[in-house]
Design a protein around this ligand. Structure first.
Ligand SMILES: NC(=O)c1ccc[n+]([C@@H]2O[C@H](COP(=O)([O-])OP(=O)(O)OC[C@H]3O[C@@H](n4cnc5c(N)ncnc54)[C@H](O)[C@@H]3O)[C@@H](O)[C@H]2O)c1
Length: 295
């Protein structure tokens, strides 16, 4: 019985502190001197995340399959007074991830912030998706997260200190037509982050924080011509997305939807599927499909 009272007490404290946090945002933590490994650092959100984190004093380990673009990011960081190291890695390949991790440990030191950002997408109908495409999507968008977490979490656990950050997507909350493998991979990222957060709480490792950001569309060029009726799924600028993502990271916030999708998530659980179908058909969030698609 006392456990039930304890639970109610904890829930009340949780509600009250969440309400207070709405009014008085908690102060931002310092990441000066942390070592942040950022995947997909050569372009889009990854490059901007590197720039913002380096400005805040973090040492950056930039990782991308595109050597030239990644090196460009490293040069930008160095020219602005940052400390940066670049590694060319194909995140589809487990052996390259293991090699990266041991090189980073030898050449840079312990990674204290893991920024799982890299992602790929094949907008097409499910029958046009090849096994290779599905496998690539899952390898880059999800399995690389697991492998990198497995490489760097032990050290974070030893020190009860660290931050694991992931970019998922709105597609990780609501499945999108013609983005089935992508949506499934992003749902998996949200599941991974939620599960890991609960695991670390059970292990009383409160010094390791997790942040999972779910943006709507972002104008990085990753998808072509993103659109939705009345702009109901907005196209965000990369700068806005990164500012909000870094703000969430500095305040140790967990699940962040950009823009806020709390209302849509509650509605989704309350209304019948047919109502949800009508809403989806009306909003019609979509991107240009690749050539072989069968719409
Ligand atoms: N752009 C959007 O509309 C949008 C919306 C929601 C979420 N996201 C997510 O945000 C993240 C960043 O997206 P972005 O828009 O900056 O993409 P982007 O295409 O601009 O950049 C992705 C980077 O990842 C790298 N990359 C791709 N495959 C790789 C591999 N196998 N190994 C290593 N690096 C690889 C690319 O070279 C590139 O530098 C992704 O996870 C994406 O799913 C994007």
């Amino acid at each position: 019985m006392s456990n039930v009272f304890e639970l109610f007490w904890q829930m009340m404290v949780g509600f009250v502190s969440a309400f207070i946090r709405l009014i008085w945002k908690p102060s931002a933590k310092s990441i000066h001197g942390e070592t942040a490994l950022v995947t997909g650092a050569g372009h889009g959100l990854g490059r901007l995340l590197c720039i913002r984190l380096a400005k805040l004093g973090a040492k950056i380990v930039a990782v991308d399959v595109n050597e030239e673009a990644n090196q460009e990011t490293v040069e930008i960081l160095k020219q602005n007074g940052g400390i940066a190291f670049g590694y060319t890695v194909d995140l589809r390949k487990a052996e390259e991830i293991h090699r990266l991790a041991s090189k980073v440990r030898d050449e840079v030191g312990d990674v204290t912030m893991l920024i799982n950002n890299a992602g790929i997408i094949y907008p097409t109908d499910i029958l046009s998706l090849t096994e290779e495409m599905i496998s690539n999507t899952f390898r880059v968008n999800v399995i690389s997260h697991f492998l990198l977490i497995k490489e760097f979490l032990s050290n974070m656990k030893r020190k009860n200190h660290g931050h694991i950050f992931a970019i998922a997507s709105y597609a990780g909350l609501i499945g999108n037509a013609f983005l089935t493998d992508y949506s499934a991979s992003k749902h998996a990222v949200v599941g991974l982050m939620e599960g890991l957060r609960n695991e670390l709480k059970r292990q009383k490792l409160n010094g390791i924080n997790l942040t999972c950001v779910c943006p709507s569309f972002v104008s990085t060029g990753m998808v072509q011509n993103p659109r939705a009726r009345l702009g109901l799924v907005p196209v965000l600028t990369p700068e806005y997305t990164v500012n909000k993502s870094v703000e969430a990271l500095l305040r140790n916030e967990f699940l962040v939807t950009l823009p806020s999708a709390t209302f849509q998530r509650v509605v989704r659980d309350l209304v019948p599927d047919s109502v949800m179908d009508a809403l989806q058909a009306y909003v019609r969030a979509e991107v240009d499909l690749i050539d072989n698609a069968d719409e």
